[in-house]
Write a protein that binds this ligand. Structure first.
Ligand SMILES: Nc1nc2c(ncn2[C@@H]2O[C@H](COP(=O)(O)OP(=O)(O)O)[C@@H](O)[C@H]2O)c(=O)[nH]1
Ligand SMILES: [Mg+2]
Length: 306
């Protein structure tokens, strides 16, 4: 038996997305498909951080459609783009599912410094607790003093216990303690926070691999998920992060944060193009409720019109 936590439909995403594509305006009416229109489209895509590769793919596909006469005007292009993007996102729209038989179900959270890992863990743990799961958090960012306190304050706010050790402790040892504690207390979900910065990025990846190994030693099936947190505001840089974390710890799900404010929402498409890994949630603010299940249809609607 499984239990999904993606049970609520996002509402009002339209007002929350930062910088969309604004295609509805450009493509309304029945304008001819010509070089000027394609140029404008290209600029809109690139400005919204869709990335060169995917932008080129879409423009090529439109050109092909136009030359085969299957696309005859701008309104048809709008529908075409919508369908194209929905298909692109389809493999990434799988919810986070907490398998009941895993005790605990372990989610290891990774990502560079400042992307929103700790905040996202706070929001996610609140959501899980609300859905009736018992949750335990592990303060695996032992690199920064504030990081442990930040996780503890989220824990306090939502009455969720937090396992921690003093700053500078071995993060793998925190993970080990947390595994023991979660097992002893029959906790459903253990979420492990990690550092996003070490002295070098090699140190960081080595530490993450070590944490992973310690978890697997306690339960060969764990970690059940490896969550990568990406900040939409970092633009194309997010793709580089995706590649390096995937290589080091085999990412199984993504949460994209800071899609509110000035972030360019097209980055979600670039991420989808680069990977079939599910995008479980998106972050649209700093509050507990600002974590929305990723809904491709809502997202595309907001992206195209905002
Ligand atoms: N606007 C906005 N801010 C966010 C979001 N997620 C996190 N933040 C903020 O980003 C900053 C860094 O977050 P933090 O969780 O400490 O990042 P970490 O270093 O990866 O753990 C904090 O000020 C958070 O409040 C989001 O979805 N939207
Ligand atoms: Mg943190």
């Amino acid at each position: 038996m499984t239990n999904t936590v993606m049970d609520t439909k996002p509402k009002g995403l339209l007002g929350k997305l930062g910088h969309g594509l604004g295609l509805a305006g450009l493509l309304s009416g029945k304008k001819p498909i010509n070089a000027a229109l394609l140029d404008e489209l290209e600029t809109l895509f690139l400005t919204a951080d869709v990335g060169i590769e995917l932008t080129q793919d879409i423009i090529d596909a439109i050109q092909q459609g136009a030359s085969r006469n299957s696309l005859t005007d701008s309104a048809a292009v709008y529908d075409f783009i919508k369908t194209y993007l929905l298909e692109l996102l389809a493999p990434c729209t799988r919810p986070l599912v907490i398998a009941k038989q895993a005790t605990p179900f372990v989610i290891m959270t990774v990502g560079v410094n400042g992307v929103g890992k700790t905040t996202t863990i706070g929001k996610l743990s609140a959501r899980l607790a609300q859905a009736g799961q018992s949750v335990l958090l592990a303060a695996g960012d032992t690199f920064r003093a504030a990081a442990v306190e930040q996780l503890q304050s989220w824990g306090k706010r939502n009455e969720i216990p937090v396992i921690s050790q003093p700053i500078g402790s071995d993060a793998a040892s925190v993970a080990h303690d947390a595994m023991e504690s979660a097992t002893a207390k029959s906790i459903n979900v253990l979420i492990i926070d990690t550092a996003g910065r070490q002295h070098t990025s090699t140190d960081l990846m080595q530490e993450l691999v070590k944490i992973r190994d310690v978890i697997s030693k306690k339960d060969v099936t764990a970690p059940h998920e490896v969550l990568l947190v990406l900040d939409a505001g970092t633009g194309q840089n997010a793709l580089t992060q995706l590649t390096s974390f995937k290589e080091a710890v085999n990412v199984t799900g993504i949460i994209i944060t800071k899609l509110d404010g000035t972030a360019k929402a097209g980055i979600v498409l670039a991420i989808a193009k680069k990977t079939g890994v599910p995008i479980w949630f998106i972050g649209v603010g700093e509050g507990t409720k600002d974590l929305r299940p990723f809904d491709a249809g809502d997202y595309i609607d907001a992206l195209l019109t905002s």
